[in-house]
Design a protein around this ligand. Structure first.
Ligand code: ADP
Ligand code: GLC
Length: 500
């Protein structure tokens, strides 16, 4: 290579790095209500390891802790028009970098100064119209034009529509839009008038192929799915399921129509945060080599922290979950008395529907020393349940991917799951003949079937500990990282942006 070519080389490789913008409504460690927050944190980190530049765009909510806000740098501000009347709104861009990933937080107090990211749909719709449009305007303002804009869930689903209309011909319109479905249950449905007013999108998008769903209403997610260059969802099985009426949440025929641009890529977890060998939130760290001696130290600590009877011989079953119908909690409720056999303890961490919050509070009172319910959101307790429990329940009605079963496995806590969505794709059923599998599974959404699976787990735990421990080891050694799924996203990005 000549001297001048050598001098150019770093610049050329710099130019050819893939640029990916993530747009979504939550991102750990700033704000997280569920798995979306985990994915928005972990996938960008996995992508930068594969030579991508990634910027994550999210709202600067009032609830983001001060310790993060104080590290933000002001990158600029401008006024942006929104609504049919062309009202103008302030857009501030506050930036920070964590381990090579850049985070641009969109500042606007009028929309984001609430205690929680989500309030009511009536308020959330204007908020996320603003956010989607402001994200694209911010990319133009920053002069950072990505190859791909990767949008997440309904809150970011107007991005493809803005990109192909109001922003067409501006620099950012060179990007391709990927829209990922994390949960089809939430779609952003409202009156046509409300969305027309707030989004200021052109009238022709309010027709059946795009936003419209009936004479009165429209659906933001539906429109985003129609105009995205590609749709992904978070497991192969969920990608199939959502094309059926049972799981399609009213959009199954829309998704069947768009099937040629739909694929499933299973989630991973961040294996640095979820690492029982280094986790500072635990009483005792442990690995696949020493779990036999050390995992029990976390069980004892958990029993103590939760006010459960101190007894190594009891089987501790954990549950960390949003307490909503999605998570199969009515099945747990139905079999609860049968779970309580004197040798079993149950630990619950979660918030959500008062029906389930109250049910678990009631069981805690009814079975003192055997049941603990923490009706709250707490990262530290979650880590200690994943580490201290023996088994972990995820009997979901539907589950696009599910991260809790992945975390449980990584912590050597055997999952008991229903075979749906990502649960089916990530937890192989226990096979005693071959000594294979990662957990205990059932298919039909019936309390009796869950009870059978729990009883099968109890039988192995209490009568065949060697096989149980083999399963724990297998689970701890299973690859639940983002490594291979990040490569699948890169392949998709390259195909869409014409690199491949
Ligand atoms: P979903 O996104 O449907 O809620 P996932 O399984 O994908 O389900 O992700 C849930 C994430 O939220 C996991 O990281 C889990 O540990 C966390 N989580 C859920 N509830 C709580 C809670 N009450 N306290 C702490 N973490 C929680
Ligand atoms: C959603 C789904 C969950 C998935 C998460 C992250 O909240 O309910 O199954 O793991 O998104 O993709």
């Amino acid at each position: 290579m000549s001297e001048s070519a050598a001098a150019l080389a770093p610049e050329i490789s710099e130019v050819s790095r893939r640029k990916i913008a993530f747009v979504g409504s939550e991102c750990y460690p700033f704000v997280k209500t569920g798995g979306l927050g985990d994915v928005m944190y972990a996938l960008p980190r996995a992508l930068i390891r594969e030579d991508c530049e990634v910027r994550v765009i999210l709202p600067l909510y009032g609830c983001i802790p001060e310790k993060f806000k104080k590290d933000l740098t002001w990158k600029g501000s401008f006024m942006m028009d929104l609504t049919l009347e062309g009202r103008t709104f302030f857009v501030g861009i506050m930036e920070t970098e964590i381990d090579g990933v850049i985070y641009d937080l969109i500042d606007n107090r009028e929309f984001f100064d609430w205690g929680n990211p989500y309030t009511s749909l009536w308020e959330d719709i204007p908020k996320y119209c603003y956010f989607s449009k402001a994200s694209l305007a911010a990319l133009n303002f920053l002069g950072w034009i990505p190859d791909i804009i990767h949008c997440h869930d309904w809150q970011a689903s107007l991005v493809p529509l803005y990109l192909k209309t109001r922003f067409w011909g501006t620099p950012v319109s060179n990007a391709r839009a990927v829209l990922t479905i994390h949960n089809l249950r939430f779609q952003g449905i409202c009156s046509i008038d409300h969305l027309k007013y707030w989004s200021g999108l052109p009238d022709y998008l309010f027709n059946y192929p795009e936003l419209k769903i009936n004479d009165r209403e429209c659906n933001m997610f539906k429109g985003g799915l129609a105009l995205a260059d590609w749709i992904t969802t978070v497991s192969a099985t969920y990608a199939e399921e959502i094309q059926t009426p049972a799981f399609g949440e009213g959009l199954d025929s829309h998704l069947r129509f768009h099937q040629p641009k739909l694929s499933g890529i299973v989630n991973g977890i961040d294996t640095d945060i979820w690492n029982s060998g280094t986790d500072r939130l635990l009483k005792a760290t442990y690995t696949a080599d020493d779990f036999l001696d050390r995992k029990v130290l976390n069980k004892r600590a958990l029993q103590e922290e939760m006010g459960l009877d101190q007894d190594d011989r009891k089987m501790v079953i954990g549950l960390v979950s949003r307490l909503t119908d999605q998570k199969g909690l009515d099945l747990i409720d139905a079999i609860f008395p049968s779970l309580m056999d004197g040798n079993t303890q149950v630990v619950v961490l979660g918030t959500g529907d008062s029906r389930y919050e109250n049910a678990f509070r009631y069981y805690e009172g009814k079975y003192p020393g055997c049941v603990a319910a923490r009706i709250t959101y707490n990262e530290g307790i979650a880590h200690r349940i994943y580490a201290g429990a023996d088994a972990f329940l995820v009997p979901s009605l539907f589950e696009p991917c599910g991260l809790t079963q992945l975390i449980a496995m990584r912590y050597g806590t055997v999952p008991i799951v229903r075979e749906t969505g990502g649960l089916k794709d990530t937890v192989a059923p226990w096979d005693p003949e071959r000594n294979e599998g990662n957990g205990f599974t059932f298919t039909q959404y019936l309390p009796g079937k869950l009870l059978e699976a729990v009883n099968a787990a109890k039988t192995v735990y209490f009568t065949d500990r060697w096989h149980w421990d083999e399963m724990v080891r297998r689970d701890m050694e299973k690859d639940v990282s983002w490594a291979s799924s990040a490569l699948q996203y890169i392949e998709l990005y390259d195909r869409l942006s014409g690199r491949a």
